[in-house]
Design a protein around this ligand. Structure first.
Ligand SMILES: Nc1nc2c(c(=O)[nH]1)N[C@H]1C(S)=C(S)[C@@H](COP(=O)(O)OP(=O)(O)OC[C@H]3O[C@@H](n4cnc5c(=O)[nH]c(N)nc54)[C@H](O)[C@@H]3O)O[C@H]1N2
Ligand SMILES: Nc1nc2c(c(=O)[nH]1)N[C@H]1C(S)=C(S)[C@@H](COP(=O)(O)OP(=O)(O)OC[C@H]3O[C@@H](n4cnc5c(=O)[nH]c(N)nc54)[C@H](O)[C@@H]3O)O[C@H]1N2
Ligand SMILES: [Mo]
Length: 848
């Protein structure tokens, strides 16, 4: 995932677009930077910009923003936002708690039974949390011997290198690159395609709009603020989700949201949050909220589309000029196909819970005004998640505003400051992922025994439970490899993947699991060899400032030395490569600082040619950053609108495909030739299975974490945990019906699992809708299947099925549960604080 995401970002440098007005009016930067905004010259910030009292504070980056850190006696004592960050997130307060967490991995460790029996171990013991301390040399020997064994006795199909997730920022130490390069030098393996974030969206949208859209730069906020009369945040909570970015986040989007809030108050722009829940964004903007039944958005969109047709409000000339296949969709909408159901506003209302009158009113408002639809990603992380994205595009096409400033559709304005214009400057490259040209792995075996060398990322558990199963995927077939060994780094598999008890069962098939992390996550607890990486606050690095805005280049100063026996991933994999004499090739003979300097100088060279001058490395490193002026505003799809032939979309026809012949030919029952409404296997508010489990569990992205990151930070966790557990948010009505009061301990359960959580009763939630934020650490009472989760990981309850035969993406948001008040003695939280250290005989030892 990281590579493809990286490539999308890289592709941005060459964006094409229509410039409409001058440079942005808003500036998130202080005076020095503002002076250079109109020119194309870079601004090297003076150290004094940090303020007099901050002399000597170090600078570094993070997903949560750039920070200054005060370090006294090799200890981080205080963290403050970077002086150019005008909208810092509270999350940075959790950083000291991240560095000095009791969950840090102190030294390499090996699971007890694996220590004794290696790959013949009793795998049902995984998760019993008993580990033996070993030296770095022994740990890397074991790792290496396992790679040798697997390549020699099975071949590349038996090794799984897990898709890298939200590894910390920093281009040199980006840990997935280190793993992929080092393991790739040894031999081939089974990898993954797609990602958890947008698996369904990034698969369907190339057929519809010709690109994945989800990681594309979007129309600039200033044009949206200027031109839109109506903005719909559809299943989207940008105020919550813009706190983090893929690279070091600048938080500049929030300046535009401040403007938007004023425009909402002044009734200049009608803003609507279409969401079952009153979101942080809706509360912040004070805008309209439209409740909708969960997972029924496609029905509502069809109801709107039907109204547009019946009231003759849709843009026929846009449909004619820019789209293909409306004639194949229209009969379905009008009930002239086999289902014989007309998708009227009344029909939609019965499913989605939005009154028919309101659906009609919205259709009229959208057609009348310049309307910007802005979708979030959670609605494509559910069964048939391809459909709302496709139907959204159809709706936007019918409104005819795609390619106009402030109109059309976006699938990304809640992500990494998309919509803040790109400076156009180049950003630093990364430590190489692949082998150097002409080099081959030690084991150059390409015989996968008929299994596919990649699998859709969310299907990795199926591969263990149904070995050799052939599944549909995006028009082809994937034969799932029953891998025997897995390596995880920069991801928390036991957070991100659905359905814990299914994972427990599946993991018994695995002979050897290696996990590299700085924390004792559940992924480490369910591993055999655990290697302690250091955090990014313990190494020097360089990062892009602003993933899409390319606002600058940031020095990441090492704040403190690696804690305990932890090491940078670079050093870990260097040590591994040494074991098969590829160390020199792996490092190219360079150390950490030489790499950081090289990445900077390569970037400087490139920007010199583009007329974005940057100072020499030594000066940059001392100052800590280089900033570039904000770029010119831009409109997504404007070039296509200008000339649909010259700037044809990347779809088979070059047009927006309302009907896709290609997809129709795949012949899938769960993804047809045009978007349709399909019932889910489980759905609340009267849908299937809702009698036994009446509550829909949404597991949205956490407000005060990045997935599972920062959950270990005790001071931050204490600001939201209830009775030491993850909160489950629920409505006053649902709480009352169950005799639950705010602050009570509750059991949340379904047929797939059970967990303890703390009840957070809130008016933001309607009846039938509950929320546990993803990333809560998994802490079962024991290794057995079905064990109670003591902290509250929602993936104990979620359903592990693909979205459809097309994308096979995660369906985490298709999940029903029941809740009851927990009575009796509650088991202690087991999620945090690391393992029980034992000696080879299994006797607990007191750790140093
Ligand atoms: N129920 C439910 N589940 C979901 C989602 C949902 O909405 N609902 N969302 C999904 C989505 S969109 C995503 S993106 C995934 C996120 O899933 P992940 O990306 O797996 O989540 P993180 O918690 O960010 O895990 C990153 C891990 O990398 C480790 N790490 C960080 N830096 C380094 C480093 O430098 N070196 C090493 N070795 N390790 C490092 C961290 O300590 C952490 O354990 O979750 C998915 N899961
Ligand atoms: N603070 C913070 N920000 C983050 C992250 C994080 O972990 N923490 N993670 C980042 C990552 S990796 C990703 S992928 C993005 C995730 O971005 P998204 O997937 O867009 O975010 P979510 O917060 O899961 O959900 C957004 C909204 O969708 C609504 N929703 C859910 N289901 C439905 C539905 O069926 N219909 C409708 N109409 N609404 C629905 C939820 O109520 C919520 O308000 O966020 C990024 N930003
Ligand atoms: Mo994500």
């Amino acid at each position: 995932m990281t590579y493809s995401r990286r490539n999308f970002l890289k592709g941005l440098a060459a964006f094409s677009g229509t410039t409409l007005v001058g440079p942005a009016l808003l500036s998130a930067a202080p005076a020095q930077a503002a002076t250079a905004r109109d020119g194309a010259s870079a601004v090297a910030g003076a150290a004094s910009a940090a303020g007099k009292d901050m002399a000597g504070w170090k600078i570094t980056g993070s997903h949560f923003g750039a920070i200054r850190a005060k370090v006294v006696n090799d200890r981080v004592v205080e963290v403050r936002p970077f002086e150019y960050d005008k909208h810092p997130t509270e999350m940075i307060k959790g950083i000291p708690g991240l560095i000095y967490s009791s969950s840090r991995i102190r030294y390499p460790m090996v699971r007890l039974d694996w220590y004794k029996k290696r790959h013949h171990s009793d795998t049902a013991q995984r998760g019993d949390n008993r580990f033996v301390r070993v030296s770095w040399d022994d740990a890397l020997d074991l790792f290496y011997e396992e790679l040798e064994r697997v390549q020699k006795s099975y071949g590349p199909w038996a090794l799984h290198t897990a898709g890298v997730g939200w590894r910390t920022v920093g281009q040199m130490h980006s840990c997935g690159n280190h793993m992929i390069r080092a393991i790739g030098m040894h031999g081939r393996s089974v990898g993954t395609v797609g990602d958890y974030s947008t698996g369904a969206g990034q698969t369907i949208l190339p057929y519809v709009l010709g690109s994945t859209e989800v990681y594309s730069q979007g129309t600039s906020w200033e044009l949206i603020l200027k031109e839109s009369k109506m903005i719909v945040f559809w299943a989207n909570d940008p105020i919550k989700n813009l706190q983090v970015g893929w690279n070091t986040e600048t938080h500049e989007s929030y300046a535009y949201f401040e403007q938007l809030k004023k425009k909402v108050a002044a009734k200049e722009i009608q803003v609507l949050c279409l969401d079952p829940v009153k979101s942080k964004t809706q509360n912040y903007l004070g805008c309209e909220h439209q409740y909708i039944n969960p997972m029924t958005d496609v029905a509502m969109m069809l109801g709107i589309a039907h109204t547009l047709v019946k009231e003759d409000l849709y843009d026929k000339s846009f449909i004619k000029t820019y789209t293909l296949g409306f004639d194949r969709f229209l009969p379905y909408l009008l009930g002239q196909t086999e289902d014989k159901v007309e998708k009227t506003a009344e029909w939609a209302a019965a499913i989605c819970g939005v009154p028919a009158q309101r659906i009609r009113q919205l259709a009229r408002q959208m057609a009348k005004n310049r309307t910007q639809l802005i979708f979030g990603w959670a609605i494509q992380r559910q069964q048939h998640g391809e459909q709302p994205y496709w139907m959204g595009a159809v709706l936007a096409a019918m409104l005819g505003q795609i390619g106009l400033p402030g109109g059309g559709i976006s699938y990304a304005h809640h992500y990494s400051s998309v919509g803040v214009s790109s400076s156009g400057a180049a950003m630093p490259g990364a430590f190489p992922l692949n082998l150097d040209p002409g080099r081959k792995p030690k084991y150059d075996n390409t015989d996968y025994k008929g299994y596919s060398p990649t699998m859709p990322i969310a299907r990795v558990i199926d591969a263990l439970l149904e070995p050799g199963k052939e599944i549909d995927f995006n028009g082809g077939k994937v034969k799932l490899a029953p891998y025997k060994m897995a390596i995880f780094t920069g991801c928390n598999q036991w957070h991100r993947q659905s359905q814990r008890n299914r994972m427990k069962q599946a993991y018994r098939q695995l002979e050897t699991v290696v996990a590299i992390d700085y924390n004792w996550t559940a992924t480490c607890r369910f591993a055999d060899i655990v290697l302690p990486a250091c955090t990014h606050f313990e190494r020097n690095d360089i990062d892009a400032y602003g993933s899409y805005s390319n606002r600058g280049v940031l020095a990441m100063h090492k704040l403190v030395d690696p804690l305990f026996h932890s090491r940078p991933d670079f050093e870990i994999f260097k040590g591994l490569c040494r074991r098969f004499n590829r160390e020199e090739e792996y490092t190219r003979g360079m150390n950490e600082m030489q790499w950081v300097e090289k990445l900077y100088e390569d970037c400087r060279k490139e920007n010199g040619l583009k007329e974005f001058p940057m100072p020499p490395f030594a000066e940059f490193w001392k100052t800590g950053y280089v900033l570039f002026p904000e770029g010119k505003p831009w409109v997504r799809h404007a070039d296509f609108r200008d000339d649909a032939e010259v700037n044809a979309l990347g779809t088979p026809s070059g047009f927006i495909e309302i009907f896709s012949r290609k997809i129709e030919r795949f012949g899938y029952a769960d993804c047809k030739g045009h978007p349709i409404w399909m019932e889910k296997t489980e759905r609340s508010h009267g849908g299937p299975n809702s009698k036994r489990f009446p509550l829909w569990l949404q597991s949205v992205h956490p407000d005060k974490r990045l997935h599972s990151q920062l959950c270990e930070s005790e001071p931050l966790r204490s600001t939201y945990a209830i009775k030491g557990r993850e909160p489950v948010f629920l409505s006053p009505a649902d709480a009352k019906a169950r005799g639950i009061a705010h602050g009570d301990l509750v059991r949340v359960f379904n047929d797939r699992g059970q967990l303890l959580a703390g009840a957070h009763v809130s008016d933001n939630f309607p009846s039938g809708v509950v929320r546990i934020q993803e990333g809560a650490w998994y802490g079962p009472t024991g290794p057995e299947v079905g064990a109670l989760d003591t902290y509250g990981d929602p993936n104990t309850l979620t359903l592990d099925i693909g979205t459809s035969s097309l994308a096979q993406a995660t369906s985490a948001n298709t999940c029903l549960v029941q809740i009851e008040k927990f009575i009796g003695a509650a088991p202690a939280v087991t999620a945090f604080g690391g393992p029980t250290e034992v000696d080879a005989s299994g006797t607990p030892v007191r750790s140093a």
